[in-house]
Design a protein around this ligand. Structure first.
Ligand code: F6P
Length: 353
């Protein structure tokens, strides 16, 4: 993290990685703040690809009007493997020099911030990251843009699944996004009173280093105890039963788990993979407001000479966190929530009466 003193005239923005509801609200806030401080803004299209290929659009106040309520991103997004190569980084840096850009703001997740850090080694302009991902897995900020909308979408969907599950006293396994973090699964599971949550935080995962034999035994053991829990629960109560699970926690996902429960214990489960519906939709109030605060703060951070920082929100206050720190660890799910699920909320054999 260092301080620059050169006045900033020309700012570039790009949105990168998985799109998240609220990215448009952040773009709008950056453009309005930049205009207030007499800067011009351009947007590179389709993530770092647009930067490498020098494809951009001017971003006027008019261009960002009436976008605050829209999901997705008007600049489009992409994952860009080329940013992991010296050639890609060099091309990106050449574009920034050619376009006379003083500062670059990237809205995205940790992969995008790694691209920004690599770029900063070759290019002397200021770089700022804004955390935008539905996964909420970025360290140093309490919330990322898009997370609140994604869990609300998941909750709405699971509530609907509950209605039909109740009508048939049926068992559902609902698989939610989050890549390798359980923020969406854990929080949505709690908010929907799921009977079980299977997520990274409460369900030890076998990894590639675990020998194949013990991996198999471990999974069989987990499957057996889950089957037992379901059997006891369903024998005692005639109600629906919802298991919310994080993607990537179980080999083969929700469909494989449903099949295994069927063949092992004759348990009828319906798998439902919510998928990309969680990424879309109009951002909820919390994401619009967070994105607006962060967009304005990004321009103010540039004026204050900051570079290589992520705009963060901690305890309701805006802060700056070194990008290096933000990418080092994944933010974990609130411990007290994990303990409450484990000890009080999950429907276990002991909690049937
Ligand atoms: O990072 C956001 C996210 O939606 C993850 O939750 C998910 O694992 C991944 O992106 C899906 O990526 P793609 O849309 O490229 O399949």
């Amino acid at each position: 993290m260092s301080n620059h003193s050169k006045p900033i005239k020309r700012v570039a923005i790009l949105t990168s990685g998985g799109d998240a509801p609220g990215m448009n609200a952040a773009i709008r806030a950056i453009v309005l703040a930049a205009q207030h401080y007499q800067m011009t803004v351009i947007g590179f299209c389709s993530g770092f690809n647009g930067l490498i290929d020098d494809i951009s659009v001017p971003l006027s106040v008019k261009a960002v009007s009436h976008i605050i309520h829209k999901g997705g991103t008007i600049l489009k997004s992409a994952r860009c493997p080329a940013m992991q190569t010296p050639l890609g980084i060099q091309q990106a840096s050449s574009t920034l020099m050619k376009e006379k850009i003083d500062a670059l703001i990237v809205i995205g997740g940790d992969g995008s911030f790694n691209g920004l850090l690599a770029l900063q080694k070759q290019w002397s302009g200021q770089v700022i990251g804004i955390p935008g991902t539905i996964d909420n897995d970025i360290d140093g900020t309490d919330f990322t843009i898009g997370f609140s909308t994604a869990i609300n979408t998941a909750i709405e969907a699971i509530d609907k699944i509950r209605d039909t599950a109740d009508a048939f006293e049926r068992i559902f396994i609902v698989e939610l996004m989050g890549r390798h973090s359980g923020h969406i699964a854990f929080n949505a599971g709690i908010a929907c009173a799921a009977e079980q949550i299977i997520s990274f935080e409460n369900f030890a995962q076998t990894n590639n280093e675990t020998p194949h034999e013990s991996q198999h035994e471990d999974e069989q053991q987990k499957l057996l105890s889950l089957a037992q829990e379901i059997k006891i629960a369903q024998a005692n109560r005639h109600e629906s039963y919802i298991i919310v699970m994080a993607e990537n926690i179980w080999q083969g996902g929700a469909s494989a788990l449903a099949q295994q429960l069927q063949s092992l214990a004759n348990i009828d489960c319906t798998a439902c993979i919510l998928g990309h519906i969680q990424r879309g939709g109009s951002p909820v109030a919390k994401d619009r407001i967070l994105a607006t605060k962060m967009g304005v703060a990004a321009i103010q951070a540039l004026i204050a000479g900051k570079t290589s920082v992520m705009i963060a929100e901690q305890n309701n206050a805006i802060d700056h966190v070194a990008l290096q720190t933000a990418v080092m660890h994944q933010q974990g799910v609130c411990e007290s929530l994990i303990r409450a699920q484990e000890n009080i909320l999950a429907l276990t054999a002991q909690r049937q009466s």
